[in-house]
Design a protein around this ligand. Structure first.
Ligand SMILES: C[S@@+](CC[C@H](N)C(=O)[O-])C[C@H]1O[C@@H](n2cnc3c(N)ncnc32)[C@H](O)[C@@H]1O
Length: 258
């Protein structure tokens, strides 16, 4: 990952750690429980959480495994993870700075790698997936979620421009079929896939990334003119003087070949 992209991520997420700590979508999103249910974590497992943010995925897995190493590129996020873990009395979580595309861990170190709602920031997701496979023990599991878009290329471009205007560190959201192919190419055999939608209130979503009033206006304007192919995905709803819209998230559980 280039230093320029790293700086973008840190500039974006450094001031946002409090917002992510309290974000309902991140702290209580449906994908969190589903991920634990599908992964079936075991008490002797050592887990790596990549791009941990404010730590919600690490907190969900910690009670079920021996140890979780929570990693992220943004120091403020790791500080928030450590603070919240201490508040919850979770003593088996350690934090460590790490770039998802160059993990500072030996081959075959982990039973589980988790990465939730983060890969759309990585400039080279294939490199990240190959790192997940490298640090997993043979037979180890990846518990993954990320937002997804529609396969139509033009609509996917519009979707990603919308996300990028809200968050300059956004790189790319893919359709589910592309994600599944990337997992297979990295030697990770997909064992379970689920798709979930989550409805967001526009201002809460935009303010979490401290979007300027001018860019909020542009985003609202874009939502008024979304391509037909994005209508079922975003399902925009103007109510109570605000905009509600949906994002879709895929949950993927995959296994490194033995
Ligand atoms: C939406 S938050 C993650 C949410 C979190 N996983 C959860 O379950 O609540 C995205 C995180 O990705 C991190 N990030 C972005 N690019 C990264 C990279 N290349 N390596 C590691 N972390 C990265 C950001 O610092 C940010 O904390």
């Amino acid at each position: 990952m280039s230093d320029e992209q790293k700086a973008k991520v840190q500039a974006q997420f450094g001031p946002a750690s409090e917002g992510y700590a309290s974000s309902e979508v991140h702290a209580k999103g449906e994908s969190l429980g589903l991920l634990v249910e599908l992964v079936q974590p075991q008490p002797d497992w050592v887990a790596l959480d990549v791009a941990a943010g404010a730590g919600h995925t690490a907190f969900a897995f910690a009670p079920h495994v021996a140890r979780v190493i929570a990693t992220d590129l943004t120091p403020e996020m790791l500080a928030k993870t450590a603070e919240l873990a201490a508040k919850r009395g979770l003593t088996n979580i350690e934090t460590r700075p790490a770039d998802a595309e160059a993990l500072p861990f030996d081959d075959a170190s982990f039973d589980l790698v988790t990465c939730r709602i983060a890969m759309h920031h990585f400039p080279n997701p294939r490199q990240a997936l190959s790192e997940f496979a490298r640090v997993l023990k043979p037979g180890g599991v990846v518990g993954f979620t990320d937002n997804i878009t529609v396969p139509d290329k033009q609509a996917a471009g519009y979707y990603n421009a919308y996300e990028k205007l809200r968050d300059p560190s956004h790189n790319w959201v893919y359709p589910l079929v592309r994600l599944q192919a990337m997992f297979a190419d990295a030697g990770l055999k997909v064992e379970a896939t689920r798709e979930l939608s989550k409805e967001l209130e526009f201002h809460e979503w935009a303010d979490r990334m401290k979007v300027s009033p001018a860019n909020k206006e542009k985003l609202l304007e874009m939502m008024r003119h979304i391509p037909e192919a994005l209508q079922p995905l975003f399902a925009p709803r103007w109510a109570e003087g605000t905009l509600y819209f949906s994002l879709w998230e895929a949950v993927i559980v995959a296994r490194r070949g033995g």
